[in-house]
Design a protein around this ligand. Structure first.
Ligand code: C2E
Ligand code: MG
Length: 641
């Protein structure tokens, strides 16, 4: 600011300096002109004042006396003679030869002037005076000429001096102008640099405060604004924070056109801004991070504003798909919100609570907005604890497989078992895999856990009948692990389990994490002689195309579908279609979650042969499974016996 002011001040200052110089020079020139005129005048005076050595007065007096014989004229002649003689004798400086000759002649004239009564003396005096007069006039003329010459020289000198001064002034002004010009140029460049620097600083400030992709303010600025709002909020002020998470709700970048995620992120920002328009400056939208947005609303308690209704409005803003030139994408972000009012509101707590609410929405795949509740903090703490303790539990074999039998639905014969991880925690008790498997997936612990379960399960089913298959879950991370084939081969060698008895279950969502690599990996497992199952088919994200895209040996129908079979004809039609595709593609079909006889009968009627569920038996420890087989064999023997 000061620098800018200084730059603006310099140009007028320079113009001022040049004008001052011009004024000084003009004054100087005017003074020189005056001096010149004054000098000319004084020289003219000098010439006019130069004593004129002239015999005219003496000649006139002598002449008059000779005619009139008036004694006064004689006296006048003598006075004029003495004055002239005094003048020539006392002439300042050297008068030279002409003056000394004239002086001699004048001195010699004295006797003749004393004898003026004599006509001969008068005549002689007049003749001599004429000669003296001529030489004195010549002397005076020489003097005048000398004075004129000196005046001319002086004038020439002054003139040259004037020209020189003028030239000097001109040069000085030119130099000053050039200096001013270069300074002006420098100033211009400096101003440009300064402007550039300022623009750069503005851009930087914008970049620091704004999200470049959407133009929204960033999280840091949002936090500060919320903090200052909380500090100054009066008691009747109501503040709500909404966290909008796109994590897991965005289309997979590898399966869609380049830049799709950018388009969607910008569309989300736009829609959020549109929702907040009616609230004017009582709502602020920001980009929290790559896949999250955050909104705050401020309301007066007196005004009827309900954060849950506003959260629904946010949800409704995403009812229509985001259109791209090639497709339409329905985005349903996870929404979590928290609220608070009055003095002492903590901005960070509000944000943290909204974040906890959205984590809840994501964890439980909720599509509706989720409000923060106090239990979420405890849940988050529990998740953190589980995440912290998972590696140790895997290493200490605290997480072990339980086995759920799979049945031939018509005969009731057990044809296989599915290994399901179970964790008994000393402090937390039984922890469901639905809780710790997603955490292990997030932290990467699933790789160690998956191989551990495979190894233990393969070893534990040794006592079971040799025709029984073992289904074990395979995560995407295991497929992408270093040399998964070597690990499986090693496990088969160590347990002695034939490859044909092992089935690897992988869900469609896992496959979609890296379809090409996972497809190659599954083909390689195939070539080892293993069977591959598509798990959880019929869950929310399943597509029919996934049935034929990969080399499946078996498709497992999700328990969500099984649960609706008896009362929903549409679900039965879907299952019929899947059964047809499976028959056509030579795939087995296993239905999960069979809990009732009705369900089993419906499935049998539809032509489904294999299933598992609580109707037959839940997951159980290996000892219970061995006992079950022992009991069944004993039962069979008794029946036969
Ligand atoms: P999933 O593969 O779909 O496993 C079936 C789930 O349904 C199991 O839940 C099982 O206990 C449950 N279930 C069995 N019969 C019935 C029934 O009749 N009704 C109902 N409502 N549920 C039934 P669980 O054991 O809690 O496992 C949940 C999920 O955790 C599994 O789903 C699987 O995706 C994952 N999981 C379990 N163990 C492992 C593992 O070792 N590795 C990996 N990667 N995932 C595992
Ligand atoms: Mg399964």
């Amino acid at each position: 600011m000061q620098f800018d002011g200084l730059l603006r001040f310099k140009t007028p200052a320079l113009i001022g300096v040049i004008l001052m110089l011009l004024a000084v020079n003009s004054m100087h020139l005017i003074r020189a002109g005056y001096d010149m005129r004054a000098n000319n005048l004084s020289w003219r005076n000098l010439i006019s004042e130069t004593p004129q050595l002239d015999t005219t007065t003496l000649e006139r007096a002598v002449g008059r006396y000779s005619v009139l014989k008036n004694v006064d004229d004689a006296f006048a002649a003598k006075r004029a003679y003495k004055a002239l003689l005094t003048s020539v004798e006392n002439w300042p400086g050297s008068g030279g030869e002409p003056l000394s000759a004239a002086t001699q002649k004048l001195r010699r004239l004295a006797p003749y002037l004393d004898a003026l009564d004599d006509q001969a003396s008068v005549n002689h005096a007049l003749i001599v005076l004429e000669k003296i007069g001529m030489s004195l006039r010549a002397f005076s003329q020489a003097l005048v000429q000398d004075a004129a010459l000196r005046s001319e020289a002086s004038r020439t000198f002054y003139h040259q001096l004037q020209i020189l001064e003028g030239l000097l002034c001109l040069a000085l002004i030119l130099l000053t102008a050039l200096w001013a010009l270069s300074l002006e140029k420098k100033n211009g460049r400096l101003t440009q640099d300064f402007e550039r620097a300022r623009n750069h600083a503005d851009t930087l400030k914008r970049q620091i405060q704004q999200d470049g992709q959407t133009g929204l303010i960033n999280m840091e600025v949002f936090e500060k604004q919320l903090e200052s709002l909380c500090k100054t909020a009066p008691e009747n002020r109501f503040v709500a924070v909404y966290w909008i998470g796109l994590e897991t709700r965005l289309p997979d970048p590898e399966r869609h056109e380049i830049g799709l995620q950018d388009t969607i992120v910008r569309a989300v920002a736009e829609r959020l801004q549109r929702v907040t328009v009616p609230l004017k400056d009582r709502a602020i939208v920001a980009r929290a991070n790559a896949k999250d947005f955050i909104v705050m609303t401020v309301s007066d308690m007196a005004i009827d504003f309900d954060p849950s209704i506003f959260a629904r409005h946010i949800r409704e803003a995403f009812a229509k798909p985001v259109l791209t030139p090639s497709d339409a994408h329905l985005i349903s972000p996870a929404i979590g919100y928290s609220q608070g009012s009055g003095l002492g509101l903590d901005a960070y707590e509000l944000i943290r609570n909204a974040e906890l609410a959205v984590a809840d929405a994501l964890n439980f795949d909720q599509r509706r907005p989720v409000a923060y509740t106090a239990s979420m903090r405890a849940d988050a703490e529990r998740r953190r604890k589980i995440a912290r303790e998972l590696p140790r539990a895997i290493e200490a074999d605290e997480i072990l497989p339980h086995f759920q039998p799979q049945f031939d639905l018509k005969s009731g014969r057990i044809i296989g078992v599915e290994a399901l991880a179970r964790w008994f925690h000393g402090e937390l008790g039984w922890i469901s895999p639905s809780e710790f498997i997603p955490i292990a997936e997030q932290n990467g612990d699933i790789v160690a856990l998956g191989w551990r379960i495979l190894k233990t399960a393969s070893a534990q089913i040794q006592m079971l009948p040799a025709d029984l298959t073992l289904s074990v879950h395979l995560s995407a991370a295991q497929c992408l692990d270093d040399d998964p084939y070597a690990k499986i081969k090693d496990c088969l060698v160590q347990s002695g389990l034939p490859a044909s008895r092992l089935k690897l279950e992988i869900s469609e969502t896992a496959v979609l994490k890296d379809p090409n690599r996972i497809k190659t990996c599954l083909s390689n497992f195939h070539s080892l002689g293993l069977q591959i199952s598509l798990d959880d088919f019929g869950a929310v994200t399943s597509t029919l195309s996934s049935l034929t895209e990969f080399p499946w040996n078996e498709v497992k129908i999700d328990r969500a579908l099984a649960g609706k079979l008896t009362h929903d004809p549409a679900q039965r039609e879907i299952l019929k279609m899947v059964l047809q595709i499976a028959a056509f593609s030579d795939m087995a079909v296993v239905v999960e979650g069979i809990e009732s006889v009705d369900q089993r009968d419906t499935l049998v009627a539809l032509g489904c042969d294999t299933g598992q569920g609580y109707l037959f038996g839940g997951p159980m420890a290996i000892d219970d499974l061995n006992a079950l087989f022992f009991a069944r064999t004993a039962e069979k023997n008794t029946a036969e016996g």
